[in-house]
Design a protein around this ligand. Structure first.
Ligand code: GLN
Length: 198
């Protein structure tokens, strides 16, 4: 768990409930020791700043280049993007997924809402909680769309994606008690850890 800012505790609970052993990552040595990383919801520009302050930005980019599995929800999705629209000019991106994300995309009127959506690879609807959420405006080759907004003004907008072992959702699976998205991530971490030479 990247534990600089945001809803770290909710992800901790979800990961523990999946049988994983989450630890807090705030230092380079802690990052080097994990098999995968969750980037929480929160405030992407604050987390970006703290990544710089804690000297984690380059080490984290390197681990993502090396194929470390990661999962980002909301602010975490923004951080994992290659390009971000409507953010601060000094905000950093990690380029974990070749995509362009628009921050706070749903607008003021409907900046927080919930909906049920279909999620590729999961049986049955997923309850999606959006809180000042981003959406995905462009995906590169090799990026798989896992979910879109099913109806309403933002119908069709991409809100969950995966590229290799890196997963990102605009919404917050960590707040609903539905562990299926976290399980997808934990399974990909286990698969990679099983084949990685130690
Ligand atoms: N709007 C926030 C940001 O830009 C994300 C909101 C969230 O993570 N719930 O980081």
């Amino acid at each position: 768990m990247l534990a600089l800012q945001g809803d770290v505790r909710e992800h901790f609970h979800a990961l523990t409930a999946c049988g994983a052993e989450p630890v807090s990552v705030r230092r380079e040595a802690e990052l080097a020791a994990v098999d995968g990383l969750v980037l929480p919801g929160g405030e992407s520009t604050a987390i970006s700043k703290l990544l710089e302050v804690f000297g984690l930005l380059e080490p984290l980019r390197q681990r993502l280049r090396d194929g470390m599995p990661a999962f980002g929800s909301c602010a975490g999705m923004i951080l994992l993007a290659r390009d971000v629209l409507d953010t601060r000019p000094d905000a950093q991106s990690l380029s974990g997924i070749d995509m362009t994300v628009r921050r706070n995309a749903f607008g003021r009127q409907v900046d927080s809402f919930e909906t049920d959506l279909e999620f590729t690879g999961l049986d049955g609807a997923v309850r999606a909680v959006f809180i000042r959420a981003p959406w995905v405006e462009r995906i590169g080759e090799g990026v798989e769309v896992l979910a879109r907004v099913p109806s309403g003004p933002a119908e069709g907008r991409i809100v969950a994606v995966r590229q290799g072992g890196v997963l990102a959702t605009s919404f917050h699976p960590e707040v609903t008690g539905d562990l299926r998205v976290h399980r997808l991530f934990v399974d990909s971490v286990r698969e990679r850890a099983a084949v990685r030479p130690s």
